[in-house]
Design a protein around this ligand. Structure first.
Ligand code: LMR
Length: 332
């Protein structure tokens, strides 16, 4: 009898690893390049919280913020290779995937405000853009908002002529490249994680970004003048590796979709306030000077950057421009 018990115990021990394996959670590595304390950072953590809750721990989400796992370009490659499962890059970074159409969203002064942006992306244009990702083995799950770009340098940028000859860091979009060229700057694509040092050492003279990114990356500490121009919008597409996503059990996928929808509502509901608060903190820090454009100055920037619209047709194609025009009720 004793022998039998011992044998049974030994068997149980042998069987244990299999049991543990069967119960080991599905891991989603979610990599991104910004700080936790930003709309995207908070959105990723909210998704983690809800995904783990709704799946009763069957899914574990590991969030890697601040480029700790991969930088901009590498994370897109890692997603396609399956080394990470989920990302939320800015849509300005999608051209290397062979989907330039997303860059239409970077057109200067395209969206009136966050509300209009949000409505537009819920319409056909958002889904049309996601379709473009399918052939790349990527599935689009959601659009996350991060408000509007400011622009900075170590001199006040008030009139278009002030941009002349400045090396400006951009994140990837050729549309941004064009509007900065329109005002005489020399745009330079650079990974987000390298911007602070590049500004500090003078590798570039200036950059554009949203208040939450300026504050959390301390760009405002190495830029004497920031113009609160809100000249272009910054949005993210939350994307997954299609093979991974479609390979999930259907019930798990449904819970993750629910978690993503709620995390999206949460992120988009806090984006405007997060940026307003960040701008307030930048102002309070006293480490930079904020400039605001008069309506006349804004009109001069718009006029100077207007050629980007014509140029964009050759870059992103008429179809996406037509979809956006229809959605926004504007002529392009
Ligand atoms: C940038 O690279 O400037 C931004 O897109 C970073 C981000 O993800 O907000």
């Amino acid at each position: 009898m004793r022998k039998w018990i011992l044998a049974a115990a030994a068997l149980a021990v042998l069987a244990a690893p299999a049991t543990v394996m069967a119960q080991s959670p599905i891991v989603i590595k979610f990599s991104h390049v910004v700080a936790n304390d930003t709309p995207k950072g908070k959105g990723a953590l909210k998704f983690k919280e809800l995904a783990e809750k709704y799946t009763n721990g069957k899914v574990k989400v590991e969030v890697y913020p601040n480029s700790t796992l991969y930088k901009d370009k590498e994370e897109l490659e890692a997603l396609q290779l399956g080394s990470v499962q989920m990302l939320a890059p800015s849509t300005a970074k999608f051209a290397p995937l062979g989907v330039k159409e997303f860059e239409a969203l970077d057109l200067p002064w395209l969206f009136k405000d966050d509300k209009q942006y949000d409505q537009a992306m819920k319409g056909p244009v958002g889904q049309w853009l996601f379709k473009k990702l399918e052939a790349k083995g990527i599935t689009g799950l959601a659009y996350w908002d991060n408000g509007f770009h400011m622009v900075s340098a170590n001199r006040p940028l008030i009139n278009p002529a002030d941009f002349q000859g400045l090396k400006i860091r951009i994140s990837g979009s050729k549309i941004a490249d064009q509007y900065f060229r329109n005002v005489g700057s020399i745009p330079q694509i650079m990974a987000f994680s390298e911007v602070y040092q590049a500004l500090q050492t003078g590798v570039v003279d200036g950059c554009e970004n949203t208040p939450s990114n300026y504050l959390t990356q301390k760009f405002h500490e190495v830029q004497k003048d920031i113009t609160v121009s809100y000249h272009a919008h910054l949005q993210y597409a939350v994307i997954v590796n299609t093979k991974f996503w479609n390979g999930l059990p259907a019930d798990i996928r449904a819970e993750l979709t629910k978690a993503m929808n709620e995390a999206t509502d949460y992120t988009n509901s806090i984006a405007t306030k997060e940026n307003t608060d960040a701008l307030e903190e930048i102002k309070k820090s006293g480490k930079t000077t904020l400039h605001y454009l008069t309506p006349e100055q804004k009109a001069a920037w718009q006029k100077a950057m207007q050629p980007t619209y014509k140029w964009a047709k050759g870059r992103v194609g008429q179809e996406v421009l037509d979809l956006i025009s229809k959605e926004l009720g504007v002529q392009m």
